[in-house]
Ligand binder design. Structure first.
Ligand SMILES: C[S@@+](CC[C@H](N)C(=O)[O-])C[C@H]1O[C@@H](n2cnc3c(N)ncnc32)[C@H](O)[C@@H]1O
Length: 223
């Protein structure tokens, strides 16, 4: 399973334009970041660039990003002209278009847009772009405990990859994978998981979403 055209359509319709950095990414990055050394950071599935200003605010950090949507990459180049050579439109399951090695590779909510097999293949190929001590940071990998795991339509991975949501935040974005703890342990069985956290919240209001559970994983792995 590769990049879903639904994301290109989503961005053309100005949906999912997040512009503020995700707080979990900030706290997880600081767990291993040493501000005295220069680091190269690659974000896969960078979307509308919510996380870019955070990395630009840090000393000695060089940011690179890829996204499957040419539309959003063009918009980002307009917003961050100084990064125009570091931002590329590419399907991360097929091609990482940089001839570089990175200290950090991360995604926020992007690995959950493809099937389990594609996640494994992508992480395997990312090892060629990782420096010896590189960290992979994954933020908001949706969990099987998320309420939405039980709606939409199963399209594989024993029901953990789903599509065709009729409403809610997953409507119109294409496939979504919900990870179990066992799947994550298996994906990284040849690497060292340093941190793995399940974030879980429950809605009480509004009544429309009462009892909905939001559940996602954050992880740091030494690749
Ligand atoms: C939930 S959005 C997250 C965007 C951004 N990381 C953020 O935190 O706001 C997921 C992003 O992953 C991108 N994406 C999904 N599958 C992809 C693939 N196979 N190759 C490249 N980008 C992909 C989508 O285009 C989208 O921008």
């Amino acid at each position: 399973m590769s990049f879903s055209q639904n994301w290109e359509d989503t961005y053309q319709n100005n949906r999912h334009i997040s512009v503020w950095p995700w707080p979990n990414l900030i706290s997880y990055f600081y767990k291993t970041y040493d501000r005295t050394s220069s680091v190269k950071v690659l974000e896969i599935g960078c979307g509308a660039g919510a996380n870019i200003p955070f990395f630009q605010s840090l000393p000695n950090v060089e940011y690179f990003g890829i996204d499957g949507s040419p539309n959003i990459i063009e918009k980002l180049k307009g917003r961050f002209p100084e990064l125009k050579d570091n931002l590329k439109a590419s399907d991360f399951t097929k091609d990482i278009p940089f001839d570089l090695k990175f200290d950090y590779i991360f995604d926020r909510g992007a690995m959950c847009c493809v099937s389990l097999e594609a996640v494994k293949k992508t992480l395997q190929q990312l090892k060629d772009f990782a420096k010896e001590d590189a960290h992979y940071i994954g933020i908001d990998w949706y969990s099987t405990e998320h309420t939405a795991r039980e709606s939409g339509e199963s399209i594989g991975d024993n029901g953990n990859t789903r599509d065709n949501y009729k409403d809610g935040p997953f409507q119109g974005i294409g496939p979504v994978h919900f990870f179990s703890k066992e799947e994550i342990e298996d994906i990284f069985k040849e690497s060292e998981i340093l941190n793995l956290k399940l974030n879980k919240t429950k809605d009480y209001f509004p009544k429309k979403t009462e009892n909905n559970i939001f559940a996602s994983w954050d992880l740091i792995v030494k690749l």
